[in-house]
Design a protein around this ligand. Structure first.
Ligand code: CTP
Ligand code: CA
Length: 237
């Protein structure tokens, strides 16, 4: 058990957190994926449980060992999802009656238009180049916002490649508006920034497009800052 006591300020809340990266199959042995480790989303789930919430963690692909702490926590129920479509179904089922939904998962924007039942071979291709037809996946977050019950707080995450903090804020505000979420948590990523690391740095944009928090440090510290912002947004309503 951890010696550090968390305030039980999320007691009585039912929350849903998605984490990890979806994998969209191309054929029985290949997929389109992304670099999400699932660490930040899992930290958000564990922090909520430590603060007294009842948590459903919908986990897509995560790095080895990342789910261990969450699975061991009595306040967290872990459900697995592979593709964007599966994640959407699982999140919507869990979101019914929930007070807060946080989409920290890295959801694939596109999936293969046709998934082959047989392994694709080079013989299938017409020459040295391959063209894959991709189609958009459903925007799970936008649909959550559209269909949410009154009083439910919906939060998104966005990882952006940007030149500096001004652009991070600008892109974050645009995305916050486009998604219609109560809060958008934005961090900068690059080839060597934001992944495979125990630490993170984010800004939090609220429904008035204000930067209401900046947090840097361990993914747990960032997770606690996210929950502080969620509580503040719910109180301000
Ligand atoms: N998201 C989602 N469903 C999708 C894509 C994204 O629910 N099909 C969610 C993510 O979980 C995240 C938020 O939307 O919480 C922002 O994801 P992001 O990829 O930054 O947004 P997109 O709308 O896909 O925009 P972009 O073109 O920048 O990728
Ligand atoms: Ca995207």
């Amino acid at each position: 058990a951890l010696a550090t006591a968390s305030p039980k300020d999320l007691s009585g809340l039912r929350v849903v957190v998605s984490a990890g990266g979806t994998r969209e199959p191309l054929d029985p042995v290949r997929y389109l994926g992304n670099r999400s480790s699932g660490r930040q989303g899992t930290a958000v789930a564990v922090a909520a449980a430590a603060r007294g919430a009842e948590v459903a963690l919908i986990a897509a692909h995560t790095d080895d060992g990342v789910l261990a702490e969450a699975s061991a926590h009595p306040g967290v129920e872990v459900r697995r999802a592979g593709t964007a479509a599966e994640l959407g179904d699982a999140v919507r089922a869990a979101a019914e009656g929930a007070d807060v939904v946080i989409m920290a998962a890295a959801v694939a924007d596109y999936r293969a238009a046709e998934v082959s039942d047989r392994k694709r071979t080079k013989e299938d291709a017409a020459g040295p180049a391959l063209t894959l037809e991709l189609v958009e996946t459903e925007d799970i977050l936008a649909r959550l916002v559209r269909e949410r019950a009154q009083g439910q707080t919906v939060v998104g995450f966005a990882a952006e490649t940007v030149a500096g903090t001004a652009e991070l804020r600008e892109r974050g505000v645009r995305k916050r508006r486009r998604k219609g979420v109560d809060l958008l948590i934005v961090n900068a990523v690059g080839w060597s920034e934001g992944f495979e690391s125990p630490a993170n740095a984010v800004i939090v944009i609220d429904a008035h497009d204000e930067v209401v928090a900046e947090a840097a440090g361990s993914k747990r510290a960032v997770a606690d800052a996210v929950w502080d912002a969620v509580l503040a947004a719910r109180r301000a309503r």
